[in-house]
Design a protein around this ligand. Sequence first.
Ligand SMILES: O=C(CO)[C@H](O)[C@H](O)COP(=O)(O)O
Length: 223
Amino acid sequence: MNQDQLKTLVAQAALQYIEPGQIVGVGTGSTVNKFIDALATVKQRIRGAVSSSEASSERLRAHGIAVLDANAVESLALYVDGADEIDPHGCMIKGGGAALTREKIVAALAERFICIADESKYVPVLGRFALPVEVIPMAAQQIARRFAAHGGVATLRLQGGQPLRTDNGQHILDVTGLCIDEPLAFESEVNNWPGVVCVGVFAHQKASVCLLGTAEGVRTLRF
Ligand SMILES: O=C(CO)[C@H](O)[C@H](O)COP(=O)(O)O
């Protein structure tokens, strides 16, 4: 099976967690797009979705799935999203699709985070994937210098030759050269740096379950 087929497999497997009448938290990315398509097949059974990006909202609406405002919801039973990396404790790097801030907000509403990922995302230690960090533009260089003190190299993410603007109107730094072996402490530290909107380490909002697509089928990891 190729990576695309593995994404389809785990996206469909996530449907087993959907219960009648639920409002589903929905992430962002190519794996989640497949989940949204799968969710459309059971849309009569759910009340709607809280979405983590404009792109996911658009896809949900195109399928006729109601998109609710996060402020209108007190809690969600579950949040389904992909990851760029996931470690053996369920901590993740996310934000490859630049939606990390809203992803963390919706994940924080949910009792359970169901991560859907192909096996290439499963790593012993986080940090091989460049860590996305959403920043206020005027703080970008000082944040880059702080990462340099940690051995990281921060690069401003571009789109069409211009700094990418997130759904929140901010910039993204992608940081290479990090070895994130204490994700909880690292997430807390970076969150405290002035100008950081959101760091793409998900340790406080880690996965409860990961549906990992492998050549042998879906492996369920519980954390
Ligand atoms: O964090 C994300 C978007 O901000 C995605 O979940 C992550 O990038 C994985 O994406 P994909 O399913 O396309 O591999």
